[in-house]
Design a protein around this ligand. Structure first.
Ligand code: SAH
Length: 341
C-alpha cells in the first residue's frame, strides 16, 4: 500500500467503501495468522513513573497513590494466567526505575521456570544493557509504542523523549532477539491524518511483530483532559481506531495485533469485536489484582474493571460469537518462509 492509499482510507467516511477495507483486512488476517485469538494476560506491575506525559493519568507530577507489585504478587497473577490457559503474560508499568534489573530478571526466570509462559515486557524506555539481561533471563518480546511519528507532537505530549529514540531502542531489542511491538494513540489532540499515515508506513518499514493501537482517551486530571478534536485532525473514535488496525494488518500481515482495552473502553459493547473483525488477532485481559487495577489509572473508565473470571467468560463468549477460537501456546509471530527455499 502506498502512503496516499493509506491516507485515503484514513479519510474515507463512506460506510460501504469502509466495509471493503474491513473485509480485506479480515481476509489478510485469516490467511496469515488464522482464526485463533491469542490471549495475553496483562499485569500492571507498577504505577510509579518518572515521565510527565501530558495524556497519562500516572504521570509523575500527579499526586496519586503509587504501588509496585511484589515478586509473589506477580507470580500469583501468572499462576492465574496459566490456569486460564493463556500462553503469554505482559508485564507493564510506568517508567519505574525502582523496578530494578535484578528484580525483573528474577521475575522473568520464575515465570519461565514455574509456568513456561512467554514473557512480554512493556516497561518504557530502559537501557539496552537492561534489555540484554532480561533477554538472557528469558524475556521474549518488548512493547514500546512510538505513540505518534510526528516528532513535534510527540515532543509536546511526551517531553523528554522522541519517536526516534523509542524506535532505536526497539531496533536494539530486535537485535537482542526480542519480538518487537509498537503502536500509536489514535486521535491525540493535534494529530493529523498525514501523521497517522506516516505511523502506518513506519509499522511496515519496521516490519513489526506486534502492533497495539488504541484511541486517545482524555484523562480529566491531565493537561490534555479538556482538549477537543479540531477539524482536520484524526478523531479518537472507535471507527478511526478500527481503520488503523485494518491498515496495520494490510501492511504487516504476520503481526500480532490486539483489540486493545482502550478500544473496548470507548466502545464497551462491541469494541473488542470491532477490532477482531477489522484485522486484530490478540486479546489482552487484565490480570492485575483488583485492588491495584484502579490505581493504574492511565485513562478513565478502563474496560475490564470486572473480575478476572467474569472477563474470561465474556471473552470466550465474544470470540465464539464471531466464529473464532482461542489460540493455544505462546502465539509467536507467524513467519512464512520467504527465503525462496
Ligand atoms: N511506560 C510504558 C507503558 C505505558 S502505558 C511506556 O511508556 O511504554 C501503555 C500505553 O498506554 C501507552 O503506550 C499509551 O499508548 C497508552 N496510554 C496512556 N495514556 C493514555 C490515554 N490517556 N489514552 C489512551 N491511551 C493511553
Amino acid at each position: 500500500m502506498t502512503r496516499s492509499e493509506i491516507l485515503n482510507w484514513l479519510q474515507e467516511d463512506d460506510s460501504h467503501r469502509l466495509r471493503e477495507l474491513a473485509v480485506a483486512a479480515d481476509r489478510v488476517r485469516r490467511e496469515h495468522v488464522g482464526d485463533e485469538v491469542y490471549l495475553r494476560g496483562l499485569i500492571e506491575i507498577s504505577n510509579y513513573c518518572r515521565c510527565n506525559c501530558l495524556y497519562c493519568g500516572i504521570r509523575a507530577s500527579r499526586r496519586i497513590e503509587r504501588y509496585r507489585l511484589s515478586e509473589d504478587e506477580i507470580i500469583g497473577c501468572c499462576r492465574q494466567a496459566a490456569e486460564l490457559g493463556y500462553g503469554t503474560v505482559v508485564l507493564q508499568s510506568g517508567e519505574d526505575l525502582g523496578l530494578t534489573a535484578g528484580f525483573i530478571s528474577r521475575v522473568i526466570s520464575r515465570i519461565r521456570d514455574e509456568y513456561g509462559l512467554a514473557v512480554t515486557l512493556s516497561l518504557g524506555e530502559r537501557t539496552p544493557a537492561e534489555l540484554a539481561v532480561w533477554r538472557r533471563f528469558g524475556a521474549d518480546r518488548y512493547l514500546l509504542k512510538h505513540e505518534t511519528a510526528d516528532a513535534r507532537l510527540f515532543h509536546e505530549v511526551h517531553p523528554g523523549s522522541s519517536p526516534e529514540q523509542r524506535i532505536r531502542l526497539l531496533q536494539r531489542a530486535r537485535e537482542l532477539g526480542y519480538e518487537i511491538g509498537s503502536g500509536v494513540m489514535v486521535g491525540i489532540p493535534g494529530q493529523t491524518y498525514e501523521s497517522l499515515a506516516d505511523d502506518i508506513m513506519l509499522f511496515q518499514e519496521l516490519d513489526l511483530d506486534m502492533i497495539g493501537s488504541g484511541p486517545f482517551i482524555p484523562h480529566p486530571d491531565t493537561p490534555l483532559g479538556q482538549v477537543d478534536c479540531l477539524a482536520g485532525e484524526a478523531p479518537n473514535s472507535d471507527l478511526m481506531t478500527a481503520k488503523v488496525i485494518a491498515l496495520s494488518r494490510m501492511v504487516c500481515p504476520e503481526a500480532n495485533i490486539p483489540a486493545t482495552t482502550a478500544l473496548a473502553t470507548v466502545n464497551p459493547e462491541a469494541g473488542r469485536e470491532l477490532g477482531l473483525c477489522w484485522g486484530a488477532n490478540v486479546w489482552m485481559p487484565d490480570l492485575t489484582p483488583e485492588r491495584y487495577r484502579r490505581l493504574y489509572d492511565i485513562y478513565p473508565g478502563k474496560a475490564d474493571a470486572v473480575s478476572i473470571h467474569q472477563s474470561h467468560e465474556r471473552l470466550l463468549a465474544s470470540i465464539t460469537a464471531i466464529g473464532r477460537r482461542i489460540g493455544s501456546g505462546a502465539g509467536n509471530r507467524h513467519r512464512r518462509h520467504t527465503d525462496g527455499v
